[in-house]
Write a protein that binds this ligand. Structure first.
Ligand code: IYR
Length: 224
């Protein structure tokens, strides 16, 4: 297809004072997103998850190839299978495979090999990256900046879930290859990227104090 453009019609310009207020409000809102590890089993409508996955799919990607696939899991049986496999891996990780430095870094978070939330939370979303594809379903082209693109989409997903009013956790069992089989994505083209756990937080969910230490602007940004 030759290059074709349409006018930009959906950009919204806000008055400057409204822009600052919006940015400040957004900051306050996103600062309320915390990784939580205790979820309620309260159901969450599939429709809500669908909207959030569509928001993730709006992320920019290399050549707009959208090199991602999301597997949204609410099946109790599949969640249980994922928990069993993840816990087996995590047991090895916490028993020493991680090494002393990594385990020390995790101490203030209080994480361990128990992953009950993988069964309790109403939804797990497994994010897969794709080496080849393209914008059309039948395309088999090289994908570009795959890691960057899928990272952006996953960020959009977390933001969408939080915005919708759900709790979230990024989970990265190591290695993650078991997810390919369980999710029916066991092929040469796709790799598991991250597992997102989402649902309502349990009434007694907690946030580690360590996770609340966010760096200041001076620490994370320089201006030239
Ligand atoms: N995947 C393990 C360990 C873990 C690793 C990091 I880096 C974290 O920030 C948190 C946990 C687990 O889920 O327990």
């Amino acid at each position: 297809m030759t290059e074709q453009h349409v006018p930009l019609t959906d950009f919204i310009e806000y008055p400057p004072e409204q822009m600052l207020a919006r940015a400040t409000e957004h900051l306050a809102d996103i600062r309320r997103r915390h990784s939580i590890r205790k979820f309620s089993d309260r159901p969450v409508a599939r429709e809500l998850i669908e909207q959030c996955i569509l928001a993730a799919g709006a992320a920019p990607s290399g050549a707009n190839h959208q090199p991602w696939h999301f597997v949204a899991i609410q099946s109790q049986q599949v969640k249980q299978q994922i928990r069993t496999e993840a816990e087996a891996l995590e047991q090895g990780f916490y028993a020493g495979r991680a090494g002393e430095e990594w385990l020390d870094a995790l101490k203030p978070l209080g994480t361990n090999a128990n992953k009950a939330y993988l069964e309790t939370a109403p939804w797990l979303i497994a994010v897969f990256s794709k080496k080849r594809g393209g914008v059309e379903d039948q395309d088999d082209k090289t994908n570009y900046y795959v890691h960057e693109s899928v990272g952006l989409a996953t960020g959009f997903l977390l933001q969408a879930l939080h915005h919708a009013g759900l709790g979230t956790l990024t989970h990265t069992p190591k290695p993650m290859s078991f997810l390919s089989k369980i999710c029916g994505r066991d092929n040469d083209n796709e790799r598991p990227y991250m597992l997102i756990v989402t649902g309502y937080p349990a009434a007694d969910a907690t946030v580690p104090v360590h996770a609340l230490k966010k760096k200041s602007l001076e620490q994370i940004c320089s201006f030239l």
